[in-house]
Design a binder for this molecule. Sequence first.
Ligand code: CP
Length: 306
Amino acid sequence: MWQRRHLLGLKDLDKKDIELILGQAEYFREIPRRQIKKVPSLRGKTVVNLFFEPSTRTRISFELAAKRLSADVINFSSSASSIQKGESILDTLKNMEAYAVDIFVIRHSFSAASVYLAQRTKACVVNAGDGANEHPTQALLDMFTVKQRLKKLTGLKVVVVGDIAYSRVARSNIWGFSHMGCEVWLCAPPTLLGRDFSALPVRITYDLRKAVKEADVIIMLRLQNERQSEKLIPSLREYRQHFGLNPDILKGARRDAVIMHPGPVNWDVEIASSLKEKIMPSILNQASNGLAVRMAVLYLLKGAAE
Ligand code: CP
């Protein structure tokens, strides 16, 4: 049974917690196929999407997830708020809380933002991506997608490729897939790997061909230009040459390997645009699974808070 009021990361979850969320998501997956795409589970509850950083997939899918569960939803965008007049994130949260909010979904560029705010509110908090720390619902939807495709989530070779040092998606996937009994490999230029990863349950390689060989899952990460990644690689051309997925590299991978990207994709940087037709359906399937997973998370947190 789910007993947590917040979902701040996957590091502190275990296999049973993950299975519970994915099982609930499986149940919610068929709701969009119904004529009336709604259930009353969160009727009378208020969900606030508190986004201090840009987002398309996460913000839209949390909004839709809350609406599909019949909650009232408020979308807060820092660029159109009193944050611009110097109001702090805590005062912003407290003002929202005054409207009897039940769940905050928080994205922020500061790595400890969701923990900091969760410790200071009576509402439930979901971390929708905090700095380079964690993005738990992204990893959950990645695991859900893999389970859907391969019918299992244990004993897999999972390769995470690219801008790992700054990646909250990488961290959540490392914890999530490791808890499920998978072998997680990281592949990146040393400057984009960061030293703290050697302490995590991972194998490291700088050779993409070696990484994708016998891999069941290949997760390509976005090169995060807004976090100055470009200064950490000699050039985009060299990055693409050594760490970009292209048809030649794919020849060395299993034909049934699940290839994913959290989005947004820099085509011809992380993945060759000649593979777009082949890989885009899988990326869109991740997005669609994100809705079911986020419905499950909102539903379980609300149940634990009552
Ligand atoms: N994958 C992901 O978090 O995308 P957004 O930044 O668009 O939400």
